[in-house]
Design a binder for this molecule. Structure first.
Ligand code: MTE
Ligand code: MO
Length: 471
C-alpha cells in the first residue's frame, strides 16, 4: 500500500462523475469505483459517496457488516488519503458537534478544548493595549455555530408588541457606525488563585481571561428606537440576548442586561460586527455580537440571533443559575441562586503580568521591573495602582503606560502599568503585591479568603507574585 500515491480530499472531490472517474475514500484508502458501478447494476447507492467518504453511507445501509464488501473495495484501491483529511472525514469527527471549530493560535493556552476556552500568557497579554484578535481569550460554553452571512438575520422583539423586526447584516450596517475601545473580562478571570483557598467549581483561569479591542458596530439604542423602545420606557426593564449556539437539547446561550444600559446615550452598547477593524472572528461572535462595555463578559452575547425587550431577565441558565456571587459561607448544599443578583458591572481588578509566580528575575542597578494591567467595570477609570514588596509596609505608585482618554463613567478599557522597584542587596526572594483603585475610589480586597465563593467568580483580591532574585 505504501507504493500507492497519496491524494488530498480536494483531489478526491474532483472525481465525482463518470467523466472524471468516480473516486471514494474509506478510512485511509482511495478507490476508483467507476468500473465497479458499471458492472453492478443496483450498486448506484454508492454514488452518493462519489468524490467523498463511503463510511457514512455504509453506516446507513449496514453494508459494512459484510466483510466481502471490503475485499472487493480493496481490489479497486488506487491510493492513500493524506493524514489530515483522514481525520477530517472520520465518523467520530462527523458526529462531533465540535468538528467545525475554527483554527486557533497555539499561543492561546486551552483551559478546555470542547468547548474551547483559552487564555494568553500574562507576559504577552500586557504587551499591547489592544489585544490582537488571534490572541484574545476565548470563552465558549457550546460549539461555535456555523453561520452563513447571506442568510443571517437578527430578530428583535418587544414584549407585548406583536411586531418582530428582522435585520440582515447589510441592513444593520446602514445604521450610523460607532466604535468603542472596550475591555471584556470573564467573571472567572483569576479563578485559579481563589481555588487555592478552597476548591471552587469552574475553569481554572489564570489572569488572562481578559482582553481589549476596538469594537465597531451600531448602537443598540438606535436599533431599539426603531422597535419603539427609548430611554423614556417605564414598564420594560431588561434586554435579553439569545445566541445562535446551542447545546445537545437545543437550548441556546442567553443573557440579559438592564434596559437603562441599552438605551442610555452614555451606555455605548453596540451590536458589533468588527473587532479591531476586521469582521469579528468566528470564536468571538461572527457575524454579530453585543458589546456591553463595563459589564461582565457573560452578557456580551456572541453569534447574536435574537434580542427580546422584556419586563423580566433572561431565563437562561447563565443568567439565573450561574455568574452570581455568594458569601464564603454558602456551599453547594445551601446555595440558592434566586437569592443573588446576576453579575453585571464587574469590580476593580489588577494583575501582575511580568514577572510571573516562581520566576527568577535579574536585579538591574538595584531595581526590578514589574508590569501589569488594571481595569474596573461600570465605566470607571483606574486612578492608581499601588505596589509593595514588603507585605504592605511600604507602597509605591505605578506608572501608567497606556490608558484611554475617555472620562468615567464611559471609560471602558483597561490601563497598562509598570514600575521599577528598588530592592535590597540581601534579598533573594520577594513577594510582589499589586492593587488598583478606580475613579469611584473602590479598591481591591486584600485576600481571597474573605471573598471566596463556590463558583470562583469576582476573584479580584490583590495579585501576589513570589519571585527569586538574581543579583
Ligand atoms: N455568547 C454566546 N453566544 N455563547 C457563549 O458561550 N460566552 C460568554 C460571552 N458570550 C458566550 C457568549 C462569556 S462567559 C464570556 S466571558 C465572553 O463571551 C467571552 O468572549 P470572547 O470569547 O470573545 O473572549
Ligand atoms: Mo465568562
Amino acid at each position: 500500500r505504501n507504493d500507492l500515491p497519496t491524494y488530498t480530499l480536494a483531489e478526491v472531490n474532483n472525481h465525482s462523475t463518470k467523466d472524471t472517474k468516480i473516486w471514494v475514500t474509506y478510512k485511509e484508502g482511495v478507490y476508483d469505483i467507476t468500473d465497479f458501478i458499471e458492472g453492478h447494476p443496483g450498486g448506484e447507492q454508492i454514488l452518493m459517496a462519489a468524490g467523498s467518504s463511503v463510511e457514512p453511507f455504509w453506516l446507513i445501509y449496514g453494508i459494512h457488516e459484510n466483510p466481502h464488501v471490503y475485499e472487493i473495495l480493496e481490489t479497486l484501491r488506487i491510493g492513500n488519503l493524506n493524514r489530515d483529511d483522514q481525520k477530517e472525514l472520520s465518523i467520530e469527527n462527523m458526529n462531533d458537534p465540535y468538528a467545525k471549530e475554527p483554527r486557533r493560535h497555539t499561543a492561546l493556552k486551552p483551559a478546555s478544548v470542547k468547548p474551547f476556552n483559552a487564555e494568553l500568557s500574562p507576559q504577552l497579554l500586557c504587551e499591547n493595549f489592544l489585544t490582537p484578535n488571534e490572541l484574545f481569550y476565548v470563552r465558549n460554553h457550546l460549539p461555535v455555530p456555523e453561520i452563513d452571512v447571506d442568510t443571517y438575520e437578527l430578530e428583535i422583539e418587544v414584549e407585548d408588541k406583536s411586531k418582530i423586526l428582522t435585520f440582515t447584516l447589510d441592513e444593520l450596517k446602514k445604521f450610523p457606525k460607532h466604535t468603542i475601545t472596550a475591555t471584556i473580562m470573564c467573571a472567572g478571570n483569576r479563578r485559579s488563585e481563589m481555588t487555592k483557598v478552597k476548591p471552587v467549581k469552574g475553569l481554572s483561569w489564570g489572569p488572562g481571561a481578559i482582553g481589549t479591542a476596538q469594537w465597531t458596530g451600531v448602537r443598540l439604542r438606535d436599533v431599539l428606537k426603531l422597535a419603539g423602545v427609548t430611554d423614556d420606557e417605564e414598564r420594560l426593564k431588561h434586554v435579553q440576548f439569545e445566541g445562535i449556539d446551542f447545546d445537545a437539547t437545543s437550548k441556546q446561550y442567553g443573557a440579559s442586561i438592564p434596559l437603562w444600559k441599552a438605551v442610555d446615550k452614555r451606555g455605548d452598547v453596540i451590536l458589533a460586527y468588527e473587532m479591531n477593524g476586521v469582521p469579528i472572528p468566528r470564536d468571538h461572535g461572527y457575524p454579530v455580537r453585543v458589546i456591553v462595555p463595563g459589564i461582565v463578559g457573560a452578557r456580551n452575547v456572541k453569534w447574536l440571533g435574537k434580542i427580546y425587550v422584556s419586563e423580566s431577565e433572561s431565563s437562561s441558565h447563565w443568567q439565573q443559575n450561574d455568574y452570581k456571587g455568594f458569601s464564603p459561607c454558602v456551599d453547594w448544599d445551601t446555595v440558592d441562586f434566586t437569592k443573588s443578583p446576576a453579575i453585571q458591572e464587574l469590580p476593580v481588578i489588577s494583575a501582575i503580568c511580568r514577572p510571573l509566580e516562581g520566576d527568577k528575575i535579574h536585579v538591574e542597578d538595584g531595581f526590578i521591573n514589574v508590569k501589569g494591567y488594571a481595569w474596573s467595570g461600570g465605566g470607571q477609570k483606574i486612578v492608581r495602582v499601588d505596589v509593595t514588596i514588603d507585605g504592605g509596609k511600604t507602597w509605591q505608585v505605578a506608572n501608567f503606560d497606556a490608558q484611554d482618554s475617555a472620562p468615567p463613567p464611559r471609560h471602558w478599557a483597561w490601563t497598562l502599568w509598570s514600575i521599577k522597584i528598588p530592592v535590597n542587596n540581601e534579598l533573594n526572594e520577594v513577594e510582589i503585591w499589586a492593587k488598583a483603585t478606580d475613579s469611584s475610589y473602590n479598591t481591591q480586597p486584600e485576600n481571597f479568603e474573605n471573598i471566596w465563593n463556590l463558583r470562583g467568580v469576582l476573584s479580584n483580591a490583590y495579585h501576589k507574585v513570589k519571585v527569586k532574585l538574581i543579583h
